[in-house]
Structure formats: C-alpha cells, structure tokens
Design a protein around this ligand. Sequence first.
Ligand code: DQQ
Length: 539
Amino acid sequence: LPREQPYRTAYHFQPPKNWMNDPNGPMFYKGVYHLFYQYNPYAAVWGNISWGHSISYDLVNWVHLEPAINPSEPFDINGCWSGSTTFLSGEKPAILYTGADPKKRQVQNLAVPKNATDPLLIEWVKSPHNPLLTPIDDIDPDNFRDPTTAWQGPDKVWRVIIGSKIKGRGMAILYQSKDFVNWTRSNKPLHSSTKTGMWECPDFYPVSVNSKNGVETSAQDIFTKHVLKASFKDCDHYILGNYTLKTENFLADTDFMDTGFDLRYDYGKFYASKTFYDSAKKRRILWGWVTESDSESDDIRKGWSGIQSIPRSIVLSRTGQQLVQWPIKEIEELRTNKVSFDSKELKGGSIFEVSGITASQADVEVSFDLPNLNEAESVDPSWVDPQLLCSQKEASVKGTLGPFGLLVLASKDLSEQTAVFFRIFKRNDNYAVLMCSDQSRSSLGDGLHKTTYGAFVSMDPSDRKISLRSLIDHSVVESFDGEGRTCITARVYPKLAIDKEAYLYVFNNGTLSVRISKLSAWSMKRAQIFPIKKRRKPQ
Ligand code: DQQ
C-alpha cells in the first residue's frame, strides 16, 4: 500500500508537522547543536511565526523541543522573524531577532537564555530593553530585518548587520555597540547594490585562505577573506572580499549578479541560509531552507511545508575565487547496503540500472573519466545563462560529450525521472562544463513547479575527470559536483517512483562514450527524530 506521506523525508530536518522556513541562530553550545527555525505552530502555511527549536548531538538525529520564542509582546506580537545567535563574554549565547510590531513595523530584539547552565537552552527571556532598534530616519519599516551573528573587534566593540533596502538599493546596514543593548548606526552601510532588491538574511563571516578549518566569526586573522551573503530573487548570492575592521571597509572582489560570475550557494532551491562556526570540529556549517515545489493546497493536505538542507561544511576553494561545500561527514553514518563497481564503459545512448539499494532514500557518488575533449560540441559564447542552457538542452536532447549522469527517483518505465547530469562544451578557445538538474519529467502529477536548474562548474575538464554526488530523500535531491564547487537542490513529487518503486540509473545521452571510473551507492537509514519534550508544568 502506498504510504500516506510519500514525500516526507527520512534524513532531512523537518518538524513533525506544519510550516517551516528560514534556519535561525544555529550554534554549538555545551556539547549540543541547536537549530532554531521560522515556524508556524498552527498550520502548514506561513504565519504566526515563532522560533521552532530542536537539538542534536550529531546534526543528523534530532530532538524537537517547544518553540523557544513566540510572539507575545508589542515588539514581536506580529511575528518573531529571522535572526542569529552570538556568544557574548563568558560564552553566553544571545539571540538577536526581528519582531513585527503592532503596526507591522520591523524592529530588532534581544533574547537571552533563562538559565545558561542548561545545555538545552529551553527557556529564553526577552530583553526589557526591546525593541533595541526601530526603523527611524530613512529606514523603511517594511525592509529592516534579519540581524546576523555579531562580531567583536579588539576594540571590544560589537558589530552587526541588518538586511534592508533604501531608495532602491539592497544593503546591509551596519550597527555598533559596546554593550549589545545600545546600538549606533554606522554612517555608511557595510555594502549595497542597485541590482538586487531587498537583502534578506544577510550573513558575513571570515573564511581561511590557507586552511580547511572554519574561522570563528570574530576572529582577527590576516589569512582570511570575508564572505558576504544576501538572499534575494529566490536565491542565496554571495561575494568575497577583504574586510578591514578599523575602517569598516568591505572591499569586494566582484559584484552581486556579475554576468559570468554570479556566485550562489546553490543553483536550485536553497534560501535564507545561515552559517555558524562549530567549535567542536573547527568548521563552518551552512544550513539552508529548501522550499516546496508543490501547491499551497498540497501543503495543507500534507500538513507540512519546508525542509532544511543537509548541513554543509563550507570553505574557500583553492583558487580563492569561490566557496566549496560538502555535506557534513556525520551524514555518512546513515549509509548502509553499499553497492559499488569500478571501471565500466558507458556507451553513447546507453542507460543502466544501479540496483540493490533503496533508491528513494540514497546517497550516490559517481566519477567519470572523459574521452578526448576534441569532439565536444561548441556552444555560442553568447550563451551565458546556464539555467537557460540546461532547460533548452535538457536530458533528452542528445549531445556529443554529455548529457551523462544520473536518473534519480525514476519509475521503472522511466516515465518519471529527475536527471542530474553534465554536458561539456567547447567555448571560444576553452571548455565549459554545465551541470543540470532537470525536473521536467520528475512527476506525472500536475500543479507542480518542474523548473530545470543549471550552473557552470568552474573547472578545467582537460584533466578528463568529473564526478557527482546526489543525496536522494523521497522528495528532495541535493546534488554536488565532486569537488563541491557547484550545488543544485531540487524538490520533486513522483507519483510512481515512490519508496520501493523508485529506481536509480546512470545514463549517457551523448554520442561519445564516457567511462564510469567508480560508482558507490548506499541506502540511507532513517534519522532518529524524537518528539517534542513537554515543559513540566509547575506544581
Ligand atoms: N523570512 C523571515 C524574514 C526573512 C524571510 C520571515 C526570508 O525575517 O526576511 O519568516 O525568507
């Protein structure tokens, strides 16, 4: 019998029911990982926004707690919106979050643990000084939200940025404070842009240029670059640059939305993300909200909407020109029933099944050896939009070198399939590697968004190797090129390719052969999720 909830995930983070959006205030505290998230306790649609709260020892298995912050006071009565945690002196965590006030103006508030010795941080107390910041002067009350983790200089001054849009410019307004309560607006924003619209959920943090370790947000290290991320136009965009604390100057290497250099965390569904520094494992971890692609009435029927991505560790690439991401190591503990093989030729026009795993709940890694690139098809240099290229040259459009890759969540008859693949082109005197996630045949169902996603992988294919990893979990497919330079997340809702009726294939729809140098695939165990712990009522 078909399950009643075929689209619920088995190892992605989800609350037991209802609506979830942005990840908020993730942190590691006294041996416990905390995740807060924008949550509607009453329905599967956005509204009544509280801070849902869950804890974990490994970022894989979770205990759901009661919401940590609920709308209750004039400064947040219309919603407790996104924000971040910062460790103050003595490693005490503090939450800065946006509240919607009785006039639906956006204001910034502070909350601190009632009992900081409790590693679970169950109860939070709102500051009597709230709201700390209100939209005065030229700040638009509708466009003033999402404080970041604050960072502190050697001068002991705290800095925080808040997303905004002023006179058509998306920006990060910068504030400074000595006591975390009284904040002064800096005379210039940390950064702004005319091409973006409102910046939601900004993030600003250092990354190391010479090590794979993460860097604490306030660390003063000369061997770092800074990342500035902003969420707009349904995507999480970032730029890299150099930040000088003394002058509060962020000198960016490139601009947001640069043609040919449009850096995004993920080129599929991934929004309002947030990073935190994990002091336990000296790494920086990224969480992102993955929205649904079905309709609101589908969500109401399902009783839930929204999942979080698998947490990803995030570092600067060797070239220093982009970030690279990889699912946290811990997720590999769920791998079971491994199937693998080496060296198999994949002739042009061929397809074969990878059997022996539960293809609806799997982790797959495949590496390809490429033939001589001389015969790769040429692409017009004016084709600069990879998403458009992927939707025109989708999986069924034959090429020379590609499309080759995986068909995931496929039905036996292939009438349903999500194709994650590469295609290699000659462009000018160079090569371009296109990575696509084609959802156009992902479901026989209607009323779903089946947008195809695509991005270039910045690599030199003349070393003749390329690989792909896909994490498949019932209604989500998170795909990474083997080095984590390009990530694409998709949501799909197959009608046939459900549970044991889902299949996994490798395909090559180009005319040239490619060789699978190695393929490993695992079924994934279900993550353990424990229900909400009820707060004990006082006797
Ligand atoms: N979601 C929150 C806002 C934020 C938006 C409200 C981004 O604070 O700007 O739920 O998804």
